[in-house]
Design a protein around this ligand. Structure first.
Ligand SMILES: C[S@@+](CC[C@H](N)C(=O)[O-])C[C@H]1O[C@@H](n2cnc3c(N)ncnc32)[C@H](O)[C@@H]1O
Length: 251
């Protein structure tokens, strides 16, 4: 592990692994707004029928997707940069081959029918390097699905309304592809989480340049049941697309 972004995201996820898994499985058994009720429906729709497919879970986190897709009949393997996230993923999926490693050097040498990276690609500065690695482990005609922060809503903007000033989601510095740091508020601590903003132009050119064809796309929209469970988040993110998901085919 060499890069600044790998060190920063590993540190962040190692320090919050237990909390991350707890929120999504125990604290909100019906699902956490941002994952189960917002990002996962988009990614799962793009994944479609996974029965019998050989799938690589890129950035498997605590193994929530891995468990679900294995139940649906996928032949799944996975990897993650954070050893603490991985410890929980292995506990949740004791029979699966889940390895420690980075998407800059995927720790597998075999070929898969599908690779998916749910909310992971934002942690990479160099997407070309990631796409080359994904291409290496995908069969010809294989599918690569990734979900990410939606480029239009990644930058906070200061808004003035009469005398009041507040932070709202909106486009600010859209063309500045810098690292954006967000403080995630856990129970009693803050964890600084990095993410690399990319424009749509960069994303689409990266797809094309690396020999992939864009075959589907989704702006993540919250599930209806989120309206009751998380009314504030539902109201906001049924108006602003917080995440998006791309489905690509290796040519
Ligand atoms: C938001 S979590 C998503 C976890 C899982 N995909 C899910 O949706 O439940 C992001 C994950 O990306 C992993 N990650 C960050 N940088 C990575 C890298 N360079 N290579 C592999 N995984 C990475 C983190 O350790 C963390 O588990």
């Amino acid at each position: 592990m060499k890069t600044k972004e790998e060190k920063e995201s590993r540190k962040a996820y190692n320090s919050m692994a237990e909390w991350y898994n707890h929120v999504r499985t125990k604290m909100y058994p019906k699902g956490w707004f941002y994952n189960e009720l917002l990002e996962m429906p988009a990614t799962l729709e793009l994944l479609g029928n996974v029965r019998g497919k050989k799938i690589l879970d890129f950035g498997c986190g605590t193994g929530i997707y891995a468990k679900l897709l294995t139940k649906k009949g996928a032949k799944l393997k996975g990897f993650d940069l954070s050893d603490e996230m991985l410890k929980i993923a292995r506990k949740n999926n004791p029979k699966l081959d889940l390895r420690q490693g980075s998407g800059y050097k995927i720790p597998f040498n075999e070929k898969f029918d599908m690779v998916y990276a749910a909310l992971v690609i934002d942690y990479f500065k160099d997407w070309d390097k990631v796409f080359k690695q994904v291409s290496r482990v995908l069969k010809k005609g294989g599918i690569f699905i990734f979900s990410a922060g939606n480029p239009v809503s990644e930058c906070k903007i200061n808004v003035k309304c009469g005398r009041k000033k507040f932070k709202a989601l909106g486009i600010k510095d859209y063309f500045d592809e810098k690292a954006i740091y967000t403080d995630w508020i856990l129970d009693e601590r803050k964890v600084r989480v990095p993410a690399y903003h990319k424009t749509y132009e960069t994303i689409i050119k990266t797809i094309v340049r690396n020999g992939f064809e864009l075959i589907d796309y989704k702006d993540a929209f919250p599930l209806k049941k989120a309206k009751k469970l998380f009314p504030y988040d539902y109201e906001l993110y049924s108006k602003i697309p917080f995440f998006c998901a791309f489905k690509l085919k290796k040519k």
